[in-house]
Design a binder for this molecule. Structure first.
Ligand code: TYM
Length: 386
């Protein structure tokens, strides 16, 4: 039995990312690729140099095409089942960096259908409402409205279904069972769902009526979907979508990822300063049992969730993070001071984010696209013509 699980619906245990690279068959992002990215983007995001975005499929091909005048578009998404936490934000911050550096379109899928099908207590209306609520967090990150198309699957059901049909016909139930571990108790919507998550990888190709490369930034849990997309889409005449994949922002407690469903492991974008303070102060650290002992033998940042939050999101300056690490190991930096620094950085990020989130409300129309679904009006119009 593996001591960790990574699927689109469950992530648990101490994840061994080297093993994931082997099992999933993804490529590590090596020095050569980093050099190539820097050549084109002119700089490297700390998520790359710190190996937070650590693996890919065909990213080099995306860069080759880009350099040869065939730019890609970005596609990413969110399963709207609740509030957004800092883990979700990570791949989106990187997506924004890619949009800025490469000046490309982003197609953002809100899979209210997925969450309705997979999350037992969630009602259809709740999932749909979370799409609009979560869109505020996405807009707050500053994507370019001229180049960003956000959609709820329910709102775009027509075009998604028309194309998902062609994809679904090429995937057998046994492949779905093997890829996602679904068993006989799965509802039939769950079996079909992955074909809907594949469609946005070709939406721009459909609109432009020509093949356009697609790059999908995501955390590694979503890879099984896109493994299937890459099998099927060439059979329909499209490119294989490429991906760039990140590790998980961990839980604030010991082990596992930051998860919305486990209390006190996650910080949400709408948390108050007091909630952030409480959660960080209760976090699992690599500190010693007493301040005296810590001064004597130092702390252990490699197991410390507070240090991981500094490293992965809130202390992106290299000199500053090295300073935190060495002072901790030497026993000069005590957990209280390190936690206070993190609390202050998270709260300052959230203050700005929460203001931008409110300002995003009147902007929803500038980002969201939907198909016309008012059947009553359509029937009325049809009858008028007679
Ligand atoms: P969802 O809502 O579970 O997650 C949204 C995005 O956040 C990533 N993620 C994390 N990244 C870092 N640390 C964490 N602790 C963490 N938890 C989640 C996810 O990998 C994802 O990138 N089915 C998808 C929605 C979707 C999608 C896509 C995602 C549809 N199309 C294309 C990525 C790309 C879902 O439920 O994501």
């Amino acid at each position: 039995m593996p001591d960790f699980i990574v699927t689109p619906w469950e992530v648990s245990g101490e994840i061994d990312y080297d093993q994931i690279i082997k099992e999933f068959g993804i490529e590590p992002i090596d020095e050569k690729l980093l050099f190539y990215i820097k050549e084109i983007a002119k700089e490297l995001h700390p998520f790359l140099t710190r190996k937070i975005f650590f693996a890919h499929r065909d990213f080099k091909w995306i860069l080759d095409e880009y350099r040869n005048g065939n730019p890609f578009f970005l596609y990413t998404g969110r399963g709207p089942s609740g509030d957004i936490h800092l883990g979700h934000i990570m791949p989106w911050l990187f997506t924004k960096w890619l949009q800025d550096k490469f000046d490309v379109e982003l197609w953002f899928q809100l899979t209210d259908d997925e969450k309705f099908l997979f999350n037992q207590p969630l009602s259809y209306d709740e999932a749909y409402q979370y799409s609009y609520d979560n869109a505020l967090d996405i807009i707050a990150l500053g994507f370019d409205p001229k180049k960003t198309f956000i959609f709820s699957d329910i709102d775009l059901a027509g075009v998604l279904y028309r194309n998902a049909l062609k994809i679904a016909k090429k995937i057998t139930f046994s492949t779905i069972r093997a890829t996602f571990g679904l068993d006989n108790s799965a509802n039939i919507g769950q079996i079909f769902y992955t074909s809907i998550q594949t469609v946005p990888a070709i939406l721009k190709s459909i609109i432009e009526e020509k093949n356009i490369p697609c790059l999908i930034p995501h955390a590694v849990d979503q890879d099984p979907h896109f493994r299937l997309s890459r099998d099927v889409l060439p059979k329909l005449g499209y490119y294989k979508p490429a991906s760039i994949q990140c590790i998980f922002l961990p839980s604030l407690q010991q082990g596992g990822k930051m998860s919305a469903s486990v209390e006190n492991t996650a910080i949400f974008t709408q948390d108050s300063p007091a909630e952030v303070k409480k959660k960080v102060n209760n976090a699992f650290t690599g500190g010693q049992a007493s301040a005296k002992l810590q001064r004597e033998i130092g702390g252990n940042p490699s197991v410390c969730s507070v240090f991981k939050y500094h490293f992965m999101l809130f202390t992106l300056d290299d000199k500053e993070i090295r300073n935190i690490e060495s002072r901790c190991r030497a026993g000069d930096l005590l957990c209280g001071e390190c936690k206070n620094d993190l609390i202050q950085k998270i709260n300052s990020f959230l203050k700005t984010h929460q203001e931008r989130r409110e300002k995003a409300r009147p902007k929803l129309d500038k980002f969201l696209i939907k198909e016309r679904t008012d059947l009553k009006e359509i029937v009325k119009e049809k009858l008028k013509k007679l």
